[in-house]
Ligand binder design. Structure first.
Ligand code: SAM
Length: 245
């Protein structure tokens, strides 16, 4: 992921504490600003892992997503969906996708990318998605949670949007070497554990096909299944599959 984070360390969001919000209030990143993403929308897909234009990168994400999302056609909520690249992969795998993003330009691109598919895109706040009483089999969030002002509250809200046995699919990381930004797997696991009956973490570092290059910083997916899965029939919410490999 390219976050285009500023080099100025005074604007670094995370201080490496167990609280992933440490230091955020005092030093917000421009990525916390809606205008930043509006401006970024036009060139967002130029990054290999954003636009998934390279067939090898696209295939790598499609394969991962297949393992992370429920096996049957499912209702998937993609929060901070950006230009809809993952939403498109999910739709291609038979899922019904609702995408939410605060940036109207990102949403316009997502709508164009998924035109004619069973998908809906709304401009809205990821931490409080405007989905009313709807419930989802999976909430998918890639590279967004780390930039939210209250990650704990957002996770609680997202868990509440899931059907019994539904799952959070959280793709996050700590990007960069000297001044890493983001949220570590340990930090996120600690936040998610109280909400979940099962969690599973997969490192995404050793798969350069996902990023279009070798990476050495921390990148991972955290899968978390909320309670109630026993009562759910096979298909949506049928439990986390064993890890790949
Ligand atoms: C790094 S991009 C990730 C986009 C997409 N999830 C992906 O993986 O390709 C972050 C996205 O989150 C959106 N975003 C950031 N903060 C948000 C918020 N509070 N509510 C809704 N969307 C937000 C931005 O507009 C941007 O599209």
């Amino acid at each position: 992921m390219s976050t285009d984070a500023p080099a100025d360390p005074s604007r670094r969001p995370f201080a490496g504490s167990a609280n992933p919000r440490a230091g955020r209030e005092e030093s917000p990143l421009p990525t916390a600003d809606a205008a930043y993403w509006e401006a970024a929308a036009a060139s967002f897909d130029d990054e290999p892992d954003h636009g998934l234009r390279d067939p090898a990168v696209r295939a790598a994400w499609a394969a991962r997503l297949r393992g992370w999302l429920p096996s049957g056609p499912a209702a998937v909520l993609d929060l901070g969906c950006g230009t809809g690249s993952l939403a498109l992969l999910a739709a291609e795998q038979g899922h019904r996708v609702t995408g939410i993003d605060r940036s109207p330009r990102m949403i316009a691109r997502a709508r164009a990318k998924l035109a004619g598919r069973e998908a809906a895109f709304l401009v809205g706040e990821a931490a409080e998605p405007p989905v009313g009483e709807r419930r989802f089999d999976a909430v998918l969030v890639r590279h967004v949670l780390w930039a939210l002002p209250d990650a704990r509250a957002a996770l609680r809200r997202w868990a509440g949007l899931l059907v019994p046995g539904g799952r959070l699919v959280l793709v996050e990381g700590r990007w960069g070497e000297a001044e890493p930004i983001g949220v570590s797997a340990a930090e996120l696991t600690a936040l998610v554990k109280p909400l979940a009956v099962r969690t599973r973490m997969e490192s995404l570092v050793d798969d350069p096909a996902l990023w279009g290059k070798e990476v050495t910083d921390e990148r991972y997916v955290l899968l978390a299944e909320v309670p109630g899965g026993e009562a759910v029939v096979a298909g949506a919410g049928a439990g986390l599959a064993p890890p790949r490999g």
